[in-house]
Design a binder for this molecule. Structure first.
Ligand SMILES: [Fe+2]
Length: 413
């Protein structure tokens, strides 16, 4: 990582911490307590957990004399760091009516004051790098705050909007689906050492790509609707065995949040007509894979995606665009933003991968089993939080995140 200055970091700290509160600014205290399924965490829990991360991983390690705000919070707001201690069960986070939201906000202020004091006096790189990790961690949780509260509100028969001040996209055309020739041969992938990267993006290494083509844009709602109308969910030949079992057990026959008539969908701005040309979202890996098979194509591998994306600036419909919903891209290639793109790659360690030392070794490495890699960020990913080498990961049946797809094909055009 490059050297970082404390001046910039103090500004970044205030900006990122303030953004978390801004995301929750339209919520009532009651909204911030609900947990609608085990994958969803209450907004109040997110606000507290990211604060615990700074307290436990930065202040307690690097700020002599720091006094914990409340010893009980170490159990309540630890997520999955067993090397730090035991934690409250994830599916039971919605039972925490106490501490109240006001107490959590006070906890944030206590930690913010201590962090600002630390940043006034410290300039050692290991400390600053830990703070940067904490900020990137909080940005990951900002995305989860939005996708989680979307799920919570979708379960309310009143179908309330999380926000009424979001931008409404103008209708845009998209070109017919076509493919770009992919990079072939032996190439380097992974974080290049310029700026922050998570440990799971390293080490940079060589990989072999075979002749292939990659889609020039994301798959749209209109295209996915054709798959549904064509009986895609009823044709076992299109599905992976696990996927066929999941859609039948759970009765899935369309993307999460689509209405039964396939005409409207629940968004962070409330119920809206489906934009035919916007990227399809809230589909599982199984649905993305089945769609690709139906379309006579396949999903790209994560390295096919990365080499195509790394030729382009990391710009697109991201959190700052304020749509907080995928939008029709016109002639954009849509590699960044809108939806995280399912790849055909299992989430696995790169050759020579070494997790971070100590408790932070639990951040990424222990999840490298049974999940799939997704790339590119979404419409609720912060613009300074995405890059071509960024790897996120989800279980193949997950669909409450903004998850979608582009296609790929073997061979030349
Ligand atoms: Fe976390």
């Amino acid at each position: 990582m490059d050297d970082v200055s404390t001046v910039t970091l103090k500004d970044d700290y205030l900006r990122v911490r303030g953004q978390s509160l801004e995301i929750c600014s339209t919520l009532a205290p009651e909204d911030t307590v609900v947990q609608s399924m085990p994958d969803v965490s209450p907004s109040k829990w997110h606000l507290a957990h990211v604060t615990w991360f700074f307290e436990r991983m930065v202040l307690e390690e690097f700020s002599p004399g720091y006094r914990r705000y409340n010893d009980d919070f170490d159990f309540l707001f630890n997520s999955y760091y067993y090397s730090v201690g035991q934690m409250h069960a994830r599916p039971r986070r919605g039972l925490l009516s106490r501490p109240t939201l006001a107490e959590v906000i006070a906890y944030r202020s206590h930690v913010d004051a201590a962090m600002q004091s630390l940043l006034e006096t410290v300039d050692e790189q290991p400390v600053l790098e830990r703070v940067i990790l904490g900020l990137n961690h909080e940005q990951q949780h900002q995305e989860l705050m939005l996708t989680d509260i979307k799920h919570v509100f979708s379960c309310n028969p009143l179908q309330p909007a999380v926000r009424s001040d979001l931008r409404i996209p103008r209708a845009a055309h998209v070109p017919a689906y076509s493919f770009i020739e992919g990079v072939r041969g032996i190439h380097e992938v992974g974080a290049a050492g310029l700026g922050f990267a998570f440990d799971n993006e390293t080490p940079r290494h060589e990989t072999l790509l075979h002749e292939h083509r990659i889609g020039q844009r994301l798959v749209t709602n209109a295209e996915f609707r054709e798959f549904v109308k064509d009986g895609g969910y009823a044709d076992s030949t299109l599905w992976l065995s696990d996927g066929w079992a999941v859609i039948n057990e759970r009765g899935w026959n369309r993307p999460l949040y689509w209405s039964e008539d396939l005409q409207s969908e629940f968004t962070l701005g409330g119920q809206r007509d489906i934009d035919a040309h916007a990227p399809v979202t809230h589909v599982s890996y199984y649905e993305a894979d089945a769609f690709a098979r139906w379309a006579g194509a396949r999903l790209p591998s994560e390295f096919e995606w990365e080499l195509a994306a790394s030729e382009r600036p990391p710009e697109g419909n991201l959190m700052e665009s304020r749509y907080w919903q995928p939008v029709a891209g016109g002639d954009s290639t849509q590699f960044f933003g809108d939806v995280w793109e399912w790849t055909s790659s299992a989430y696995a360690p790169y050759p020579g991968f070494v997790p971070l030392a100590g408790s932070l070794g639990e951040y990424n490495g222990k999840f490298m089993c049974n999940q799939m890699t997704v790339r590119g960020g979404s419409c609720v990913t912060a613009a300074d939080h995405i890059r071509a080498s960024y790897r996120s990961f989800f279980y193949p049946d997950a669909r409450w995140q903004f998850l979608g797809m582009r296609l790929a094909k073997d061979g030349a055009t």
